[in-house]
Design a protein around this ligand. Sequence first.
Ligand SMILES: C[S@@+](CC[C@H](N)C(=O)[O-])C[C@H]1O[C@@H](n2cnc3c(N)ncnc32)[C@H](O)[C@@H]1O
Length: 508
Amino acid sequence: FSDGVDTKETVEYYRGKLGDADPQQFVEILVGHAVLVDPKEDEIEGVWAHVAIHGKWNIWQRKDDRLTLWTAWGEQPVQQINLDADETKIWDAFDSSKRLIELRHHHDNDKIISLVRKLTHSNVQALKMSMMPWSIYAKRPAMAPPYLGSTMPYARWQPGTAVPPAISLSEYHKSSINDADAQFDHQETTLSHLLRVPHPVLANRTYGQALADVILARELVSGRARILEIGAGLGYVARDVMARLREKGITIEYTICELSPTLAKAQRERLGTDATWIDGDVLAAQIPDASFDLIISNEMVGDLPATQHSREDVGLNLDGTGTIDRDKLRALSGGAAIAADLGVNLDDATEPFYLMTGAFELISRISRWLAPGGTAIVTEFGELAMWPKLSTHLDHPELSTHFGQLLQAARGAGLEGKIEFVIDLLDFNRDEKGLVTTRSHFRALRALAEHHGVDLPKIGYTPKLLADTVSGKMDLESVGELRWDRIEDRLMGLVPHEFKALVVKRPA
Ligand SMILES: C[S@@+](CC[C@H](N)C(=O)[O-])C[C@H]1O[C@@H](n2cnc3c(N)ncnc32)[C@H](O)[C@@H]1O
C-alpha cells in the first residue's frame, strides 16, 4: 500500500479472501482511523486535526525541565528518548483533549510535528493520535479504538520473509526454555512467581507458605505425606510448601514431575536433595496408582496440549443446538476419549472450540495417582463456564482453562470436590494495591531502575514494596506512568481473580 493502490481494484482482489468479511469495510475503517490516506493528501497536514494522547504504557523520568522516555518493546533493545525543554513542554501540553492545531500558537510548529513523528513511531509508541478527544471514550471505553490503549511488542515481520512456524503447546516447554529465571521474570510470569517473597497481600507470607497453610488448615496431610508437584517452575512453591509443612512436624517425600530440563535443573539447584524428580512429560510418566497423598499442579494445566475442532466434528449443530455424539468425540484422540468416558458435557461448545485433551488426561491420571483420602489442587487461569481461549500475551500459546469441565472430569473419575477462587483459597487481602504493568512496560521500568543502580526483581509490587526496593536510589515522584489497581483485579500483567483452583479428593 505504501505507494498507493486503486481502491476498487484492491477491494475486488481481496473479496472472498478475508472469510466472510467485506474488504470495503476494512477500507472504510482504515480510512476512518487515518491508517489509509489518499495519496494526494498531505498526511502531515492532516495530523493537526488530531488529538495527541499519551500512550498507556510509557515509562518516563522527569529531571528539571526535561523528560526522558524509556522503551523496551518485546525483545527489542531498551532505548532512551531524551526530550529537550521545549519538547517536554509540548509533551505536557498533550492533554488528550486538545487538537494539535490548538497548540500551534503556543509552541514551535516544526517542533510539534517532529516530536509527534518521533513519539508515534512504532519503535517508541509513546504517543497515540486520535480523531476524538479521550473524554469521548472515557465513559465508553469499549468504543475507544484499541490502538489508543494497546501496544505492539511483537517482533517485526518484513513482507517476503518466512513467517516463523507456530510453536506447539507441548514442544515449547521441552525445547524452548533456555534461561530459567528469564522465563519467569519476563516471558511467563505466574502468580506464584510474583508472590514468591513474603507479601502483604498474603499477610506477609509467600504463595507457597499460604498454600501450605491451606493444606494444614484443611488437614490435607498429616504424619507422613507423599506429595507430587507437577510442573514446578523455579521451585519456589516446592521450597516453601516443604519448609512450612516440615515446621509443623510433617515428614515429607516430595516428588516433582517436570518437562523442561532447564527448569528441572533450576529446581534441583534450589531444592537439592529435598525432592526427587521424574523428568519428562507428566502425560507419559509411569507412576504407580494410589501413591500420593497430595498432588499440586500450580499454573501448569494451561500448558498442556489442546486440540481445535468444529462443532460438526462431534455431531453438534452449528446453530448451537444438538447433543454430542460420544463415539465421534472418542474417535478424535485419547484425551477426547477420556472426556467422553468421564461424561464431560460439551454440548455448549463454541464454534470452533478447543478441547482440553491434555487437561482431561491429567485429571484422569491424577485420579489414579491419588491414594484413598488424597487431595489434588490444580490451579490455573480460567473461568467456571468459559470455553478455553488462547492468550497471546505470552511468547507461546497458552489456553485459559474451563474449570467446570475439569470438575466434571474429576467427578467422572470418582473424585469429590469443588472449584475455588485462588484469591479466596489463599485469603488475599482485598485492600492491597498492586502495580499494573505489561511485559514491555515493566522491562522499561526495570531498565530505568538499573540506570539508577537498583535491581528490580519481578515481584508483585505494592506501592510500599516498590518504594522500599528503590529507596535512596531513585525518586519515584519523578517517574511515570506508574498505575496501581486492587490486587485482585490486577497485579503486574496478571488478573488474580481469573485464577481458579480445582480442589478434589479421592474418597477414603
Ligand atoms: C507456567 S509454569 C508454572 C510453574 C510453577 N508451578 C509456578 O507456579 O510458577 C508451568 C510448569 O509446568 C511445566 N510443564 C509444562 N508442561 C508439562 C508437562 N507436560 N509435564 C510436566 N511438566 C510440564 C513447565 O516446564 C513449568 O515448570
